[in-house]
Design a protein around this ligand. Sequence first.
Ligand SMILES: Cc1cc2nc3c(=O)[nH]c(=O)nc-3n(C[C@H](O)[C@H](O)[C@H](O)COP(=O)(O)OP(=O)(O)OC[C@H]3O[C@@H](n4cnc5c(N)ncnc54)[C@H](O)[C@@H]3O)c2cc1C
Length: 462
Amino acid sequence: MSDPNQGYDVVILGSGSAGYACALRAAQLDLSVAIIEKDKLGGTCLHTGCIPTKALLHAGEVADSTREAAQFGVKAEFSGVDMPAVNKYKDGVVAKLYKGLQGMFKANKAITFINGNGKLTGRNTVDVDGKQITGRHIVLATGSYSKTLPGLDIDGSKVISSEHALKLDKLPSSAIILGGGVIGVEFASAWKSLGVDVTIVEALPRLVPAEDADSSKMLERAFRKRGIKFKTGKPFETVKTSETGVALTIAGGETVEGELLLVAVGRGASTSGLGFEEQGITVDRGFIPTNEHLQTNVPGIYAIGDIVPGVQLAHRGFGHGIFVAEHIAGLNPVPIDEAGIPRVTYTEPEVASVGLNEDKAREKYGDDAVKTYNYNLAGNGKSNILKTQGFVKLVSVKDGPVVGVHMVGSRMGEQIGEGQLIYNWEAFPSDVAQLIHMHPTQNEALGEAHLALAGKPLHAHA
Ligand SMILES: Cc1cc2nc3c(=O)[nH]c(=O)nc-3n(C[C@H](O)[C@H](O)[C@H](O)COP(=O)(O)OP(=O)(O)OC[C@H]3O[C@@H](n4cnc5c(N)ncnc54)[C@H](O)[C@@H]3O)c2cc1C
């Protein structure tokens, strides 16, 4: 390990999923590390993203199970949601994980954690509140923030962002959610389960527009059944707030009303005012383009996580962080295939995918070269036990590997790990068909879909 007085091997700006993963891996590789954080170690995912939203969704699932208990012959009475108690549970999960992460960093002598506001002032230097921190390599990991649209001011009470939404001690009786992407539909799902009357407004033609069109259709069907309202293909035009609520006008003149409006129109990269452009780093619409080694255009400076164009996911950040630490250590890691990063939307039902959707596969390989198979969960034992609906859709190259796995249904998020191996190891349908999947499980649906695509369906039609 080099002498920190001579500067660190690696200086990381931002300690979210990407930054802290980079620090931990770099330390394992005997590099000296300084990591700078203006807020809390762990960043968005731990404090205001993945973890608290999934806790909220789980509380919603418990509420739904209680309401629906009679369907399974269980006597239970749903008498309401105690939001302060839900928040206590959610915050308790975050606090425990935060403590664990802090403990890991404290115990790691190769890592210096610096609390403060960092600004890049040279190719090897970050200024932290007047103190110069230097390093042989700089890693930018400053993450992202909730965006809004022109004419739409987030006031934190009637018009809120996801950060505000996670702090509500009283849920509204009705809400509008602007944006039908992952964050918007997850809040819609959780809030509906917790008793809110929800309407989603999405400018693009379908919910979760980045997913396969069949997955969007299935989620929309499930949401309709659950009483979650949505208006797609309708950009927002104006918003009016009053004492009692919010009225949102959408294209065509229709007005949607609710007690509050959650703005979930995407996340911008936190890169402005941090000295990046002054040091010659290319910034494109806020994001920092990199090569396949996650190097910016300035030698010695890397960018990782949400500030790099692509899917904004915590595990992508972890992957980026590990990759860059290994690259700096000279290990020559394999570049990350963006399409091979699994994606899960934790709604009820869940939407999960990896690889290419059908449209993209047809674009890439040509119509004649692509084969798909859609295995309906109606044929799956565990899905019937859970009373969930959905599918496993496979997209493959004819006589070639599976290039896309798309799934909708309860607990299907947990199954995408296998989909990731199938896609990234370029498995053929017959390779997977010979593997035996446990019965009765949701995972078995993946096995059934591959059996069918390999020409030997079991509980399905060819
Ligand atoms: C509501 C919500 C739900 C989500 N759910 C999921 C999910 O279920 N699964 C999933 O994979 N992803 C989810 N995400 C996305 C995930 O949170 C992000 O992809 C991930 O946090 C990105 O990590 P990052 O390290 O790039 O950035 P961040 O986690 O944003 O971390 C950046 C850090 O840098 C710090 N920083 C910024 N500027 C400075 C500065 N000048 N000086 C010092 N420190 C600075 C910030 O304080 C922050 O701690 C969710 C996001 C949101 C908002």
